[in-house]
Ligand binder design. Structure first.
Ligand code: HEM
Length: 405
């Protein structure tokens, strides 16, 4: 009998064969292990995203939700409450002009890449992407820099779950509490001493006399820290993994950095780090002959929809020249990721800076340790080895191009 367990380490490592069975044979599937329905075809997922009146986010959107988040922040509310929050937060966001951030972000990436220049191998995640994402997010949000590894480790724990209990464990909840305390201390500081930064703008954002209340400011800031650090870092690791595994695509991106834009979209389609989010039914709903009941939870498998052959020809082929329009790497409809522009720009700038120092590299380990998370998918470690010309090749090169010898 077919089973689909989004908590299983096998699904963390490679969900794609099971996604195919889901799409072909069980397009509306009750997963006993997850305790929810799973929608896996592109059209069904898009329809559910658009029909937020039936597929509600108000009971949480992460497959295993953190306590107190449901109903209190962007990803966990429905319109009109959601639209009010999104309006206020976007208002704060657009006061920061993205263009002015590109140069400082490049500087952050170039400094992190320079530290790797002489290394024979390194962990892309620990030595590059986590340093980069935390520094960028802190610059964007205007936070004082604390220990990068601590912030990243807490953000990662927040999105994980215990594969044995299918729920958040004490360590995941403690990480959430740590992040909330940290966010609260910064909010308090900004209230005492306002700055021209995003947290101050959140705290003060006002449209027609309406403002975010204390709990909304706190949970929004905490969610942005988690989304910013984990989602951005997780996706960067997936992107680097793709470029390591598909050297033709990498060479194109190195030789013509403007191709990075295409490659990023293809990686968001091919293996977004944001694989599965959940909704809860506000009424009975029948699909493919199955009746889902009011109150049931439903998993929207973005990662599967992006590989649906009904939408994308040869979906398992990584092709940076394909049409990726409509991919659900950032979700869609009213809950489309708020960080799309900053994420696209940061990843492009970071990989360009990385390639300026390390243009050629390969993966060292065949088997990767995958994060235990039913919502997100990314490796916990990605060891890369720069491939440099051997000394022999070097001297041949020098001799061949030097007529004096
Ligand atoms: C490449 C990296 C990222 C990916 C793959 C990603 C993915 C997603 C996805 C799939 C959703 C929709 C969730 C749902 O439908 O329930 C989402 C929502 C969201 N993301 Fe991202 N995200 C990324 C980066 C970021 C960054 C950098 C930020 C903040 C600076 C951010 C902030 C948010 C917020 C606030 C929402 C909720 C939006 C709403 O409900 O209106 N994300 N993200």
């Amino acid at each position: 009998m077919f089973r689909f367990d989004p908590f299983s380490p096998d699904v963390d490592a490679d969900p794609f064969p099971e996604y195919r069975t889901l799409r072909d044979e069980h397009p509306c599937f009750w997963s006993e292990e997850a305790g929810m329905w799973v929608l896996s075809r592109y059209d069904d997922v898009v329809e559910a995203l658009d029909d937020w009146q039936t597929f509600s986010s108000a009971h949480g959107n992460m497959m295993t939700e953190l306590p107190g988040r449901a109903g209190a922040t962007l990803g966990t509310t429905d319109p009109p409450h959601h639209d009010r929050l999104r309006g206020l937060i976007q208002h704060a966001f657009i006061r920061r002009n993205l263009d002015t951030l590109e140069a400082p972000i490049h500087q952050i990436a170039a400094a992190a890449a320079a530290e790797l220049a002489d290394r024979d191998q390194f962990d892309f995640i620990e030595d590059f992407s986590s340093k980069f994402t935390v520094r960028v997010l802190f610059a964007v949000l205007g936070l004082p820099l604390v220990d990068e590894q601590i912030v990243r480790s807490k953000a990662i724990l927040m999105v994980q779950n215990d594969p044995a209990t299918h729920a958040k464990g004490p360590e995941h909840i403690a990480a959430f509490e740590w992040m909330k305390d940290y966010a609260q201390s910064v909010i308090d500081e900004r209230r005492r001493d306002p700055q021209d930064d995003l947290i101050t703008h959140f705290a003060e954002a006002e449209i027609d006399g309406d403002r975010l209340d204390e709990r909304e400011v706190l949970l929004t800031t905490t969610t942005l820290l988690m989304a910013g650090v984990e989602s951005l870092g997780g996706f960067m690791s997936m992107f680097a993994l793709n470029l390591a595994d598909f050297p033709d695509a990498r060479r194109e991106c190195v030789e013509q950095p403007e191709q990075l834009r295409r490659a990023i979209e293809e990686s968001l389609r091919y293996n977004t780090s944001a694989q599965r989010f959940k909704r809860r039914l506000t009424r009975d709903h029948t699909l493919h002959g199955e009746t889902m009941r009011e109150g049931d939870f439903v998993c929207l498998a973005f990662g599967s929809a992006n590989r649906d052959e009904r939408k994308y020809p040869d979906p398992d082929v990584y092709d940076i020249h394909r049409r990726t329009q409509g991919h659900l790497g950032f979700g869609g409809s009213v809950h489309l990721c708020l960080g799309t522009s900053i994420a696209r720009m940061s990843v492009k700038v970071a990989m360009r800076a990385f390639h300026e120092v390390i243009p050629d590299y390969e993966r060292v380990e065949d088997e990767l340790p995958w994060m235990p998370s039913s919502t997100f998918r990314s490796p916990m470690r990605l060891v890369l080895a720069p491939t440099r010309p051997t000394p022999k090749e070097d001297s041949w090169h020098t001799t061949a191009t030097s007529p004096a010898r």
